[in-house]
Design a protein around this ligand. Structure first.
Ligand code: DC
Length: 205
């Protein structure tokens, strides 16, 4: 049975953790679509042309260990504004979504553009301060040094760029269920997301 779950939201709202947990709970494949933009961003930082790099992107590029740095995140957000970059990445995402057995895709425009007919749609948010605190902790755990203020400024700059762009801006689909994780534990946020997806799964059976 094909079953598609679309999970969108701003940086560090918890959509990665929630997506992985939902995928595992329902036995679905998972694609973090931010990695596609990060892989393009990383190659552009190394001197590549954004559109040419996006058109030639190989799934192996998503396994690069350096995709999680703040510099690559900003570069990803910058290349994501270019509509030819976005179109070059559409087929890969839709192909992944349609795989037998179903899939969870997380990103910014999954419920609105990539999979508007998804069976379940979630929009995960949290306050900028809360998201910056989480990202700051994650970076510290990886040994990447940055002040809280810099991380907050990066998060807010990315929010603005992702939300204000003309093509596929970050916005909740009208039929998405919103979950604000600011005051939720990881387990509570996952439980809410699983409950929403479970209801959609029951409707489909
Ligand atoms: O989810 P992330 O933080 O890894 O995403 C990095 C950047 O990629 C994000 O700032 C905007 C862009 N992106 C996008 O435009 N559309 C997506 N579906 C996923 C990510």
């Amino acid at each position: 049975m094909s079953f598609i779950v679309a999970i969108d939201g701003p940086a560090a709202a918890g959509k990665g953790t929630i997506s992985r947990a939902v995928a595992e709970h329902f036995g679905l494949a998972h694609l973090d679509t931010g990695l596609l933009y990060r892989a393009v961003g990383a190659r552009v930082l190394a001197g590549g042309d954004p559109v040419a790099v996006a058109r030639a992107l190989d799934p192996v590029d998503l396994e690069n260990d350096n995709l999680r740095t703040p510099a690559v995140a900003q570069a990803a957000s910058e290349v994501a504004v270019i509509s030819d970059v976005r179109s070059a990445l559409v087929d890969f995402q839709r192909g992944f979504a349609r795989r037998a057995g179903g899939a969870v895709l997380d990103g910014r425009d999954i419920g609105t553009v990539i999979c508007p007919d998804a069976d379940a749609k979630l929009f995960i948010t949290a306050s900028p301060e809360c998201r910056a605190a989480r990202r700051h902790k994650e970076l510290a755990e990886k040994g990447i040094e940055a002040t809280f203020e810099t991380v907050l400024a990066d998060v807010m700059a990315r929010d603005t760029r992702d939300s204000d762009r003309a093509t596929a801006p970050l916005v909740a689909a009208a039929d998405a269920v919103q979950i604000d994780t600011s005051d939720l534990s990881v387990d509570a946020a996952i439980a809410r997301a699983v409950a929403v997806v479970e209801a959609a799964h029951r409707r489909k059976r």
